[in-house]
Design a protein around this ligand. Structure first.
Ligand SMILES: NC(=O)c1ccc[n+]([C@@H]2O[C@H](COP(=O)([O-])OP(=O)(O)OC[C@H]3O[C@@H](n4cnc5c(N)ncnc54)[C@H](O)[C@@H]3O)[C@@H](O)[C@H]2O)c1
Length: 728
């Protein structure tokens, strides 16, 4: 164990009222992170201060913007074999138990994030006071890294807030703001940040004579899964039976979402169940064992890799010095994408002017954005005043003349090359010099849009994903002519909009649309060959894609899919790939009026409100695919045909320098297209399967289904050399 200098991490302030504040203040770091060594430091601090008779109670707080942002994930990466983690975990439990059992009350005063290990420490304290600031959030997000809360979280949380609410928090990893935390019993008081220390000290002193007696929260069916709530609210049952139902429901929910691909949620439930039924000590032991199992599992390794990559991507590779400050953004096209891009820009304080040809679209975008913010107000994540401030950043116009003082203009009009070229011309005529023109085209090569541009160095692609406020990726597309400062500035805008950004080279479909197209096409070919809509979707869910390819076609729009498959992207790709077989049926059904969810006419049935009718297929659509008699394909064939079509295309993109690194390829596929995160992205997937094995699979698919599966040269090279894409 490394011996840490206390003053580099902690400062002690003894107040005249007898309360000692222990400030966490990690030197040279923006945030406080908890690692095994730091936990050890706590032990000596508490031991020493407990012996000081002038101290009656403690407040644990932070001098940083966060309380504790979580565990030090670098420490996890050092765990290499069984036995590496268990002693560390046991020591952690011991020290948190020491905090919990302290005779002098300890109150956690929390402003900013208390995440993962941060919340676990706070839960070991005797009480928690939270600031009501919107930056204050508590969560146990370990599941997102394929892990479980390993510092007693699986035991303390259910006892504080009840089984349902605890499982809900741990299985989703979701953030909980201050007032909901108060309501569920995770916070004891919520106050304005200016009163936080004073209230926490007063509370700590009160607890000296009046400790809080916390009963194990047996029967809490107020919070948690609404479905469970519905089925239980009107019946009175024995607590053990209710608990069993709660566990069963949670397992069902996890099965539905994880399809057995993610072990962490199951291990979390096991720890909770063991601790709940057999006592907390057994629960702690279960946590220690299972945490180590998870941390050594390939799934958690892949998820942690993705986390590191995402953190790395926050740094601008084109240089902060090249970034031009953007305060004003013009948005041409106030449709579905335009409204979303406007909202995420306003989140970071940019002024947005929405320009459309249709006033109704502008009004509707206003409403969409207002409703989005209002939802946050109702969750108390934003105040009414902040909502008004945000909305004041937005204006609308039908005239190009108003686009004369923006630093960047993004267009998101219909996917039509001539229209986009005309818009670029109008922008060049009206915008101030050096205004960046970014296009949100899904697939049109940027160089074609910029073909007649006076300033092609200012033209760039900014490809967002729908729904923009939720989807984490921004794919920036540069041409040979795009200026570096333009790329740097767009990168900065993307990061400010909360996106993980990759920069790719121009080409038909860039990276993401290009690798999605062969997968979607393969699903169509399977249907052409007599496949079953639900089986194809289900199998791709089981493989790990959150949305199956047929459902995705309905969601994105069959017309959009058909447009892409029959348009410029495919034509240009096919000119270099004569062996590629394209299904024509999507175009046919699109011509017959099928658009998917948006016109309630797609592969699946929709009710009047556009909601899926419990997964029912619109059987009429089969007439385009050879009739109603469908056959079931071998599950592995579906997985491999669809997934390998995408993986091989990703390899071609690397070979052709569309993406600059395998890492960008993995991030783009995972964050933009839902490539199974536990597989790490196409390139980490190839590494884990082995390049030679991937080549063998592709050769087998080529022999059985056609030459479109011929392996990319780069795969053959990697197979031959035994190199891995993740090798540095
Ligand atoms: N919808 C998606 O999932 C998605 C994802 C990524 C990229 N895109 C791309 O984004 C673009 C927009 O897609 P969308 O789904 O938001 O479309 P949409 O139909 O919802 O919105 C298009 C908007 O452009 C406006 N418009 C049309 N001509 C205009 C003009 N001359 N000047 C100003 N406004 C004009 C329309 O009135 C409409 O409000 C397309 O290029 C699309 O390929 C869409």
């Amino acid at each position: 164990m490394v011996v840490l200098k206390r003053e580099d991490y902690i400062s002690i302030e003894k107040n005249p009222n007898g309360v000692c504040t222990i400030w966490m203040d990690q030197k040279d770091e923006k945030i406080n992170k908890i690692g095994p060594d730091l936990i050890g430091l706590f032990e000596s601090v508490f031991e020493e201060l407990n012996a000081d008779d002038s101290i009656k109670a403690f407040v644990l707080s932070s001098k940083k913007k966060d309380f504790i942002a979580g565990a030090d994930i670098d420490a996890f990466a050092k765990v290499e074999k069984p036995g590496d983690w268990k002693p560390i975990a046991r020591k952690g439990h011991e020290i948190l138990n020491q905090i919990e059992k302290s005779k002098k009350p300890i109150v956690a005063a929390i402003h900013g994030n208390a995440l993962g290990a941060g919340l676990e420490i706070a839960m070991a304290c005797h009480a928690r006071v939270l600031s009501n600031d919107k930056s204050t959030k508590v969560a146990l997000p370990e599941v997102k890294l394929g892990l479980l809360p390993g510092g007693g979280g699986t035991q303390r949380l259910p006892r504080l807030v009840g089984l349902q609410a605890a499982l809900d928090m741990m299985l989703t990893g979701k953030n909980v703001f201050a007032y909901p935390a108060l309501k569920m019993g995770l916070a004891d008081k919520v106050v304005h940040v200016s009163a936080l220390q004073k209230v926490a000290q007063k509370f700590a002193l009160e607890l000296v004579d009046n400790p809080i007696k916390r009963e194990r929260n047996e029967l809490d069916i107020k919070a948690g899964f609404p479905s469970i709530q519905k089925s239980l609210t009107n019946i009175v049952l024995e607590a053990p039976l209710v608990n069993k139902i709660v566990f069963d429901q949670a397992k069902k929910m996890v099965d539905k979402q994880a399809h057995g691909n993610y072990p962490a949620p199951y291990k979390i439930m096991e720890c909770v169940e063991i601790g709940w039924n057999q006592g907390i000590e057994k629960g702690y032991e279960a946590e220690v064992d299972r945490f180590e199992e998870l941390i050594l599992s390939p799934v958690s390794r892949q998820l942690i890799n993705i986390f590191f990559a995402m953190t790395d991507k926050k740094k601008n590779p084109y240089g902060e010095d090249k970034v031009k400050q953007v305060d004003r953004l013009g948005m041409i096209g106030a449709g579905f994408m335009g409204a979303g891009i406007a909202e995420v820009s306003m989140n970071d304080g940019m002024h947005v002017l929405l320009k459309d040809i249709n006033q109704d679209m502008i009004s509707s975008a206003y409403k969409t954005i207002y409703d989005g913010y209002n939802k946050r107000v109702s969750k108390k994540a934003m105040s009414k005043i902040e909502l008004e401030e945000k909305m004041a950043l937005l204006s609308g116009s039908l005239n190009y003349e108003d686009l004369d003082n923006q630093e960047i203009i993004i267009e998101a009009v219909f996917e039509d090359l001539k229209l986009k070229q005309a818009i670029l011309k109008d922008v060049e005529a009206n915008a101030k010099p050096n205004t960046i023109f970014a296009t949100n085209t899904s697939a049109l090569p940027i160089k074609h849009i910029a073909a007649n541009a006076k300033h092609p160095e200012l033209v760039i692609g900014m490809h967002y994903f729908s729904p923009v406020p939720k989807m984490p990726l921004l794919e920036i597309v540069k041409t040979d002519k795009t200026a570096d400062w333009v790329i740097a500035t767009c990168y900065d805008v993307g990061v400010r909009q909360g996106k993980t950004v990759i920069v790719v080279h121009d080409g038909p479909g860039f990276y993401t649309t290009r690798i999605l197209a062969p997968l979607m096409n393969e699903a169509q070919l399977l249907l052409d060959e007599g496949g079953d809509i639900q089986q194809i979707d289900r199998e791709m869910n089981l493989f790990g894609f959150p949305v199956g390819p047929i459902t995705l076609a309905d969601e994105v729009g069959i017309d959009v899919g058909a447009h892409i498959m029959s348009g410029e992207l495919m034509q240009e790709l096919l000119s270099t790939r004569p062996k590629f077989k394209v299904s024509k049926t999507l175009l046919e059904i699109s011509k017959a009026g099928y658009k998917g969810r948006k016109n309630k006419k797609g592969f699946y049935k929709y009710d009047e409100k556009g909601k899926k009718v419990s997964g029912q297929v619109d059987a009429d659509i089969y007439s385009f695919y050879g009739g109603n008699t469908r056959k079931k394909f071998d599950a592995n064939d579906i997985h491999m045909r669809c997934a390998m079509a995408m993986v091989n295309e990703a390899a071609l993109c690397l070979q052709e320098n569309i993406i600059e690194s395998p890492l960008d390829g993995d991030i783009g596929a995972v964050f933009g297209l839902g490539f199974p995160p536990f597989r790490g992205g196409p390139f980490r997937y190839i590494d884990s399967v082995g390049a030679q094995k991937v080549v063998d699979i592709l050769n087998d698919l080529t022999a059985r289904f056609g030459e479109r599966f011929e392996p990319a040269q780069i795969l053959l090279d990697y197979a031959k050399s035994g190199k891995k894409f993740s090798d540095k």
